[in-house]
Ligand binder design. Structure first.
Ligand SMILES: C[S@@+](CC[C@H](N)C(=O)[O-])C[C@H]1O[C@@H](n2cnc3c(N)ncnc32)[C@H](O)[C@@H]1O
Length: 359
């Protein structure tokens, strides 16, 4: 049985499922889910991340992390969702072996295996299976392109009423989208908390898993920083009329489509992160916003221009920071902190100055 059939069987048995459940199975079904199979990331895979552009990204990140560790008075780094471990390697190579303790929280057992293989030269690294293994964490927690890969609810405002998108089957047993009542009150609470009244005929995603993750991380952080790198926007940009069909995108062999119902289990499905939500829900877990900026500003302020050595590096820089080349502007960096007081991080030197929760 393939994943499409498994999902169809669930719908035939129990009735329509939320889009979130569909995405959960498509990406994380233990056997056939896209991420459970540990897809190649980069040229041979379906999409590039900043990490696959080259090691200068990790090198720049390590400079920012070093400064944050100093403010935290700790040497512990926790990476969430480490893919094939390349970023961890690029970062660890910039630290003396004894000077940091690196921990990875990864969901996919296959990726864990690949990470262990690719990072075997480092002694100062360990893995955890669950955030429950962490309490009173001191140090730096970070992720790159993880929140966008979490399963999302999709909602649509019709006239004045908010509906949720469910996935059902037509007479020929093809997937179809069906409107229904929101599956959980948390969806309405989300928009209330964000003070967002969606316009009519507007579709968007609600990343409650992201909300849960930032709250969990905030709760477990005692002193230090949480750095989230991903593509996305604050609310004021995300709910503009030109995004009225939402931000869901699928990637299959470097081709982007908006159809999650094809290549099920073999393509990536992502949605843009609402960074305002991470700031607002993070605050409930005691997190202050240190700054929010785009990847270009962040990398330049972290010293990436000094790291680039040759023409190869300069070409990579172009991809990472020049707006027309994609990653510099679309990718954002949110840094939140707890227990460190008011600090000035040099990686946020050119971050826009805004009242903290407006981002
Ligand atoms: C798009 S990949 C990014 C990999 C890597 N950070 C990079 O930039 O190349 C997403 C990663 O997050 C992992 N992941 C997804 N959900 C997770 C969760 N709830 N906890 C930990 N890891 C998760 C995936 O298995 C995968 O390793």
């Amino acid at each position: 049985m393939n994943l499409k059939e498994i999902i169809k069987e669930e719908i035939l048995k129990n009735g329509k499922i939320t889009f979130k459940r569909f995405m959960q199975l498509a990406l994380y079904h233990p056997q056939y889910g896209y991420y459970s199979k540990a897809p190649a990331i980069g040229k041979k895979g379906d999409f590039y991340t900043s990490v696959s552009v080259g090691s200068i990204f990790g090198k720049a990140l390590s400079m920012a992390i070093k400064a944050m560790l100093e403010f935290s008075g700790s040497n512990a780094i926790l990476e969430i969702g480490a893919g094939d471990g390349t970023l961890a390697k690029d970062i660890l190579e910039r630290f003396d072996a004894s000077s940091v303790k690196y921990i990875i929280l990864e969901k996919s057992p296959k990726f864990i295996k690949i990470q262990k293989e690719n990072l075997r030269q480092f002694q100062n690294i360990s893995w955890i299976n669950d955030l429950d293994e962490i309490t009173d964490f001191e140090g730096v927690i970070f992720s790159n392109e993880v929140f966008d890969a979490l399963p999302v609810h999709i909602v649509e405002k019709r006239e004045h009423k908010l509906f949720e998108i469910y996935v059902g089957l037509d007479d020929k047993c093809n997937f179809i989208e069906v409107l229904g009542e929101p599956s959980t009150p948390e969806i309405l609470e989300y928009f209330e908390k964000l003070k967002i009244n969606l316009p009519s005929n507007f579709r968007t995603e609600v990343n409650l898993e992201g909300v849960r993750l930032i709250k969990e991380l905030g709760k477990r952080l005692k002193t230090g920083f949480i750095m989230t790198i991903d593509y996305g926007y604050p609310s004021r940009e995300l709910y503009q009329p030109y995004r009225s069909r939402g931000t869901l995108m699928c990637y299959y062999r470097h081709k982007a489509t908006d159809n999650p119902y094809e290549n099920v289990g073999n393509q990536d499905i992502t949605s843009h992160v609402n960074f305002s939500a991470l700031a607002i829900y993070g605050k409930e877990a005691g997190l202050d916003v240190c700054g929010f900026t785009n990847q270009a500003n962040f990398l330049i302020d972290s010293g990436i221009l000094d790291i680039a050595k040759d023409i190869n590096d300069i070409l990579k820089l172009k991809t990472l920071i020049v707006p027309e080349h994609g990653m510099g502007e679309t990718f954002k960096v949110l840094i939140q902190s707890k227990g460190v007081g008011k600090v000035k991080l040099s990686c946020l030197k050119n971050a826009p100055k805004r009242p903290s929760y407006e981002l």
